[in-house]
Ligand binder design. Structure first.
Ligand SMILES: CC(=O)N[C@H]1[C@@H](OP(=O)(O)OP(=O)(O)OC[C@H]2O[C@@H](n3ccc(=O)[nH]c3=O)[C@H](O)[C@@H]2O)O[C@H](CO)[C@@H](O)[C@@H]1O
Ligand SMILES: C=C(OP(=O)(O)O)C(=O)O
Length: 421
């Protein structure tokens, strides 16, 4: 297993490009199953999760070309299987996103339930309930969701909670259903909007994306389209937390600041000077950060996927920050690791109280999930001495060559291959 070795204490300076959003690219690749024509996608990030999704689609019979410049072309004209097997699904929860498209286009699907995940239970009951409301015969059989429907029928579906992939699965399924589907309490995340925009280019009739009520009028068939994936607001936010923690001045290229309102507000509150300039974000940090409490919420609130990174910034801030995680029940696994570096964090239930210390000290720490890994990297960049972050395969799931990008900004960080001590 690869590790990252970081010698902390160097301010970040320079310019770096932000990649396409993992959480937009994953559903968009799965949307390729909705048509026999070719989808031409640009700005697809080079990530482990994208590789896993392409392997899964290939297993179903989808042909793809993964060219240079993050350009992917895929065509589901010869789908030969409707089964997403456990060995591919277990590493990535987003694989559940093939369920809606397979059922809508082929009338059947067998998708392994995604495995347990470090950040919480993450059931898929809302996906299942929604598809059942659209007329699918659907049951759990030996760890698989098994679904059948002659043709899905439009329905009004109000999910019990806001669910991002649930909204995406049901929206994709509804594009080929008979009649009108109304999704109430829908997710408003920019990645849901990006998917809706791609589906509309494919001929889908969708209104209200970006609000909590999405209306989809089903069509007989969808066609090919070209699409550029929206920039990754979480990757951009992670780099902004990093410069907030180390000090310095950086420029992020290829960003979409309008999708980052809550993130930018909180970083400004922490003392980071941020300027938005078209697709550029300039950030400068010259002082110690100020403690900045927050609650994670669905978009447009502060994203749970940025909680760990902003916690890392708070560990060296002046003052005490109260953090409340409202989306996932077990998403503080980075707290004990940050404490190993000298952070003062008390966790009780969904609340973490972080009292800033003047400096962290480098240590050997273990990544437990994707964003936890990013928080440990940020802490390592700011800490005195050496930090070794183990199990960074989590990081590779969602960050494109993070250590190379950080090196461009002047960080002293290197990857130690699995067999190195
Ligand atoms: C690939 C992808 O886009 N992943 C994102 C997506 O995950 P994902 O779509 O899995 O997260 P959801 O929005 O569905 O989860 C929100 C909450 O609802 C619960 N829930 C969800 C569905 C369901 O059927 N039943 C149920 O109880 C979950 O356990 C969680 O507590 O949104 C999360 C919340 O913004 C992000 O952290 C993930 O990065
Ligand atoms: C939790 C995340 O991803 P996933 O839903 O793919 O596990 C994330 O991107 O932070």
């Amino acid at each position: 297993m690869d590790k990252l070795l970081i010698r902390g204490g160097r301010p970040l300076h320079g310019e770096v490009a932000i990649s396409g959003a993992k959480n937009a690219a994953l559903p968009i690749l799965c949307a390729g199953l909705l048509t026999s024509d070719t989808l031409v996608l640009d700005n697809v990030p080079e990530l482990r999760d994208i590789g896993t999704t392409l392997r899964l689609l290939e297993r179903l019979g989808v042909a793809y070309r993964n060219g240079r410049g993050r350009h992917v072309e895929l065509a589901a004209s010869q789908v030969s299987s409707v089964e997403a097997p456990y060995e591919l699904v277990k590493t990535m929860r987003a694989s559940i996103l093939v369920l809606g498209p397979l059922l809508a286009r082929f009338g059947e699907a067998r998708v392994s339930l995604p495995g347990g995940c470090a950040i919480g239970q993450r059931p898929v009951d809302q996906h299942i309930r929604g598809l059942a409301a659209m007329g699918a015969e659907i049951r759990i059989e030996r760890g698989y969701v098994v679904a059948r429907a002659k043709r899905l029928k439009g329905a009004t579906i109000r999910t019990d909670m806001v669910t991002v992939t649930g909204t995406e699965n049901l929206m994709m399924a509804a594009t080929l259903a008979e009649g009108r589907t109304i999704l109430e309490n829908a997710a408003r995340e920019p990645e849901v909007v990006d998917l809706a925009e791609l589906l509309i280019k494919m001929g889908a009739r969708i209104q209200g994306h970006g609000t909590d009520r999405i209306v989809i009028d089903g069509v007989e068939r969808l066609h090919g389209a070209e699409h550029r994936i929206v920039p990754d607001r979480i990757e951009a936010g992670t780099f902004l937390c990093a410069v907030g923690a180390t000090g310095g001045e950086i420029v992020l290229r290829d960003t979409a600041a309008h999708t980052m309102g809550a993130i930018l507000d909180k970083l400004r509150e922490a003392g980071v000077h941020i300027e938005e300039d078209g697709s550029l974000i300039r950030a400068r940090m010259i002082a110690r950060p100020r403690a900045t409490g927050f609650r994670t919420q669905e978009y447009p609130g502060f994203p749970t996927d940025m909680q760990a990174q902003l916690m890392a910034l708070n560990t060296i801030a002046e003052g005490t920050a109260v953090i409340v995680e409202t989306i996932f029940e077990n998403r503080y696994m980075h707290a004990p690791e940050l404490s190993r570096m000298g952070a003062h964090i008390e966790v009780e239930g969904d609340t973490a109280v972080v009292t800033g210390v003047p400096a962290l000290s480098g240590a050997a720490v273990m990544a437990t999930d994707l964003r936890a890994s990013a928080s440990l990297v940020i802490a390592g960049l700011a800490a005195e001495g050496e930090t070794c972050v183990d199990r960074i395969y989590h990081l590779d799931r969602g960050y494109e060559r993070m250590e190379e990008k950080l090196r461009t900004l002047g960080a002293d960080i290197q990857r130690l291959p699995g067999n190195a001590s």
